[in-house]
Design a protein around this ligand. Structure first.
Ligand SMILES: NC(=O)c1ccc[n+]([C@@H]2O[C@H](COP(=O)([O-])OP(=O)(O)OC[C@H]3O[C@@H](n4cnc5c(N)ncnc54)[C@H](OP(=O)(O)O)[C@@H]3O)[C@@H](O)[C@H]2O)c1
Length: 383
């Protein structure tokens, strides 16, 4: 049977890598719907390659500009409601959740509630609404499969093993482009320097998050939900080569690691079909050529996001929502050259000082805390 995918964030980096995996396995996968936001040029190219039944642009202006440019038989819709409809449609077997930011939450949650297989690239879903997503998945039977390379690695290292025997899950972090820089020299780095990731080719927002290590902070929160682990069993280590993606240590001292060349097509393919494994076209790992694999502890003075996340994981859900929202605002402000690099995490920290530490029961509450944190971040930046 051919698995029909709806790709949320089709025009992004993960979306395009997903398209590549679909094309390599056209006998097993096809695109039912491609959802983009504003990049209509990329969408035309993708629609010509994948011939989906539907194309959605969540931005109405971009949808208008697409009229008459899609291949025959491809239907066009505009707006987030259309994305939600297609994510939960009967014709969708799997949803690849790869919209950036909290914009990705409604359509992804709709897919989970409809019991779909959901490949989760978007971190914000679990970071901000982890309990809501996990509850919805339990109720509908939806399968939430990680797409982040680190979480896909953990998934593989846990497969077939006793959960109670897990002593520690360790996510690796490249340390980003500023890993070896003196913190004092980071005040003046430009957005161009911050997005130039040494190992991964990613979207701008996540690349900046990688440079601040906020990305790893969010991934730790995500891992807590995905694998139902206490915060004390989750940690991160710097591994500049990005070859080892995660390690799982068991109570007997045995440590399992997952290794692969850094190319998102591997975890994407694993999320689409874990077994039997799919051919992905990624470069083969040649350890003799790699030579050495290095590891170092995370310096929390240089990467204060990693200190903040321990406080956030020790508190209630409101803190994670505020951390994510404030970071989105500060990350964008940095990319727009309105604040310096070191002010990104400093802004998040100031917002966290103002947030009430409370549990969260529904999406309404999530949006309220999210909005308040964004407002607080804008105020901090405005000063
Ligand atoms: N790239 C990676 O290697 C990687 C690895 C792990 C996890 N992730 C996660 O996967 C997600 C996507 O990352 P990416 O690197 O693929 O990002 P990206 O290249 O920036 O792509 C983002 C996608 O989201 C769409 N989008 C942007 N703003 C939107 C809005 N307001 N409403 C609806 N759609 C919107 C974009 O549409 P247009 O381009 O058409 O405007 C694009 O399709 C992120 O949550 C990221 O943290 C990425």
């Amino acid at each position: 049977m051919v698995m029909r995918l709806t790709i949320l964030g089709a025009t992004g980096s993960i979306g395009c890598s997903t398209a590549d995996v679909i094309e390599r396995h056209a006998d097993s996968f096809c695109a039912h719907a491609l959802v983009g936001h504003r990049n209509e040029t990329r969408m035309v190219e993708l629609a010509e390659r994948l011939h989906p039944a539907w194309v959605v642009m969540t931005d109405a202006g971009a949808a208008g500009r697409l009229k008459g440019r899609l291949p025959a038989g491809v239907q066009l819709a505009a707006g987030m409601d259309a994305a939600v409809e297609l994510a939960q449609a009967t014709e969708t077997d799997m949803v690849m959740a790869a919209m950036v930011g909290s914009a990705g939450i409604p359509a992804t949650l709709a897919a989970v509630r409809a019991g779909k297989r959901v490949g989760l690239a978007n971190k914000e879903c679990l970071v901000t609404a982890g309990s809501i997503f996990m509850q919805a998945a339990r109720a509908s039977g939806a399968e939430l499969v990680p797409v982040d390379s680190e979480h896909a690695a953990v998934h593989q290292c846990l497969m077939g093993h006793d959960r109670d025997s897990v002593a520690q899950v360790i996510l690796t972090a490249s340390g980003g482009p500023f890993r070896d820089r003196d913190p004092a020299s980071l005040a003046d780095v430009t957005p161009e320097e911050a997005v130039a990731h040494p190992n991964w080719d990613m979207g701008a927002k996540i690349s900046v998050d990688s440079a601040t290590m906020m990305n790893k902070a969010l991934e730790l929160i995500e891992a807590r939900w995905l694998f139902d682990l206490p915060a004390g069993k989750l940690s991160a280590i710097i591994h500049p080569q990005s070859i080892v993606h995660a390690l799982v240590e068991y109570t007997d001292g045995s440590v399992l690691a997952q290794l692969a060349m850094p190319d998102m097509r591997m975890p994407i393919a694993y999320a689409m079909q874990s077994e039997p494994r799919l051919e992905t076209g990624i470069s083969r790992l040649d350890l003799a050529q790699t030579g050495s694999l290095d590891f170092q502890a995370v310096d929390e003075r240089k990467f204060p996001a990693m200190r903040l996340v321990r406080e956030v994981m020790g508190g209630e859900d409101s803190l994670a929502i505020a951390m994510n929202a404030a970071n989105e605002v500060a990350n964008a402000a940095f990319r727009e050259r309105r604040i310096g690099f070191m002010h990104i995490v400093a802004t998040v920290e100031k917002v966290l000082e103002r947030v009430e530490n409370i549990p969260v029961g529904d999406l309404e509450q999530v949006w309220m805390i999210d909005a308040a944190a964004r407002k607080a971040a804008a105020e901090v930046i405005g000063r």
